[in-house]
Design a protein around this ligand. Structure first.
Ligand SMILES: Nc1ncnc2c1ncn2[C@@H]1O[C@H](COP(=O)(O)OP(=O)(O)O)[C@@H](O)[C@H]1O
Ligand SMILES: [Mg+2]
Length: 357
């Protein structure tokens, strides 16, 4: 018996710093989705937030294929209600793979739209996506679930915009230098900095505060940065681990997207017992946030063997060479089969949620 062929909407691009990665991920999914199972319906969003019909999207992608540009264009958006033709198209799809990273996509907003549209979609739901995008909320959820993490402080509003001596004293008491400073609502390491002194911290906080009204100051972890790809709904499975070896001071925006300088090592070079602990923690973090479908959970394995969770990425990079698909390849799941599994999980979760409605 063969499963029915489904219309798979792929929504990608969007108003985030990760627009170009999203385009590469979406092209991978469009090319590799099993043609016997799926008819892909591409829906792009420009950098400015304009929604494109499938034909418009394909025309933009032709220019990307031709090497003329790397994005879907930048016309400003008029808000979702300005695109009735696109919404009409989405009405006819069976399931959606939302591949919009960062704000207006990975943060629960697109997931909310798909809930309102009564459509199954790949990946975590509204709450998990929103918490995964807000590092202050994520840290609180980790704490409530005893998931080990770096010591941290959250600075808000005025305190983040203009930290005074009292704030620096609190940072020095709770964390000390060096410390990491990052916007709560970030991604791609944008606005993330390392500070070695009070002066440095002032500069780093000012930089992070440009991106968000909440800024995190964290203990600087050392050791190996390792990642685990989690797949599933109610009994999520952890993949083998991968390791990031940045050639820069940390895994910054430059290393992630511009110069490709960081080495991705699969499997990670950690002993079997440590790997098992990390994998178990990855599943716990996935469940703590109430994720579904997929998430990549990132960690530090410290020199003394301690493990600390850095973050959960609810919509990890999904290009054919990204860490998430690579880790499943290591476990014997091809990129094509991974897409099929994710779509099946989207239907499974949709039915489950429905059964409680
Ligand atoms: N507390 C920390 N200690 C050491 N390195 C860190 C810490 N927090 C972040 N980093 C480094 O900065 C990178 C980006 O930080 P992360 O919290 O993952 O933000 P993003 O959501 O932008 O990926 C990490 O991949 C890691 O290399
Ligand atoms: Mg990260």
């Amino acid at each position: 018996m063969t499963a029915p062929r489904r219309r798979l909407g792929v929504i990608f691009g969007g108003r985030s710093t990760e627009h170009e990665v999203s385009v590469v991920s979406a092209r991978g999914v469009m090319r590799e989705a099993d043609p016997e199972r799926f008819e892909v319906v591409p829906v792009g969003i420009t950098r400015g937030g304009a929604w494109l019909t499938p034909d418009e999207t394909r025309a933009r992608l032709d220019r990307v294929e031709a090497g003329e540009r790397r994005d879907l264009g930048d016309e400003p958006g008029g808000g979702i209600f300005a695109y009735p033709r696109v919404m009409e198209t989405l009405r006819d799809v069976d399931v959606v793979f939302p591949i919009v990273h960062g704000t207006f996509g990975e943060d629960g907003t697109l997931q909310g739209l798909l809930e309102m549209a009564d459509l199954p979609y790949v990946g975590p739901g509204v709450a998990a996506s929103a918490v995964g995008m807000d590092k202050a909320l994520m840290r609180a959820v980790f704490a409530a679930h005893d998931i080990p993490q770096a010591r941290y402080l959250v600075l808000r509003d005025e305190e983040a915009r203009a930290p005074g001596a009292e704030t620096f004293r609190a940072i020095e008491r709770a964390i000390g230098y060096p410390c990491f400073v990052k916007p709560a609502n970030g991604g791609s390491s944008v606005g993330v900095g390392k500070a070695r002194s009070r002066e440095d911290a002032g500069t780093a906080i000012a930089a992070a505060a440009q991106y968000d009204r909440k800024v995190l100051v964290e203990e600087a972890l050392t050791g190996q940065e390792v990642e685990c790809a989690v797949l599933g709904n109610f009994a999520p499975e952890p993949s083998p681990l991968g390791e990031i070896r940045p050639s820069t001071e940390f895994y910054d925006y430059q290393a992630k997207y511009l110069d490709d300088s960081a080495a991705l090592i699969v499997p990670a070079e950690v002993d079997a017992a440590t790997a098992e602990r990390v994998r178990a923690l990855a599943v716990r973090a996935f469940q703590a946030l109430d994720c579904a479908g997929l998430s990549r959970v990132d960690f530090f394995v410290e020199p003394d063997g301690g493990v600390k969770c850095i973050e959960v990425n609810t919509l990890p990079g999904f290009t054919p060479i990204s860490m998430y698909p690579r880790l499943w390849q290591e476990a014997g799941v091809s990129y094509r089969d991974l897409i099929t599994r994710l779509v099946d999980l989207a239907f499974e979760r949709f039915e489950e949620v429905r059964s409680h409605a």
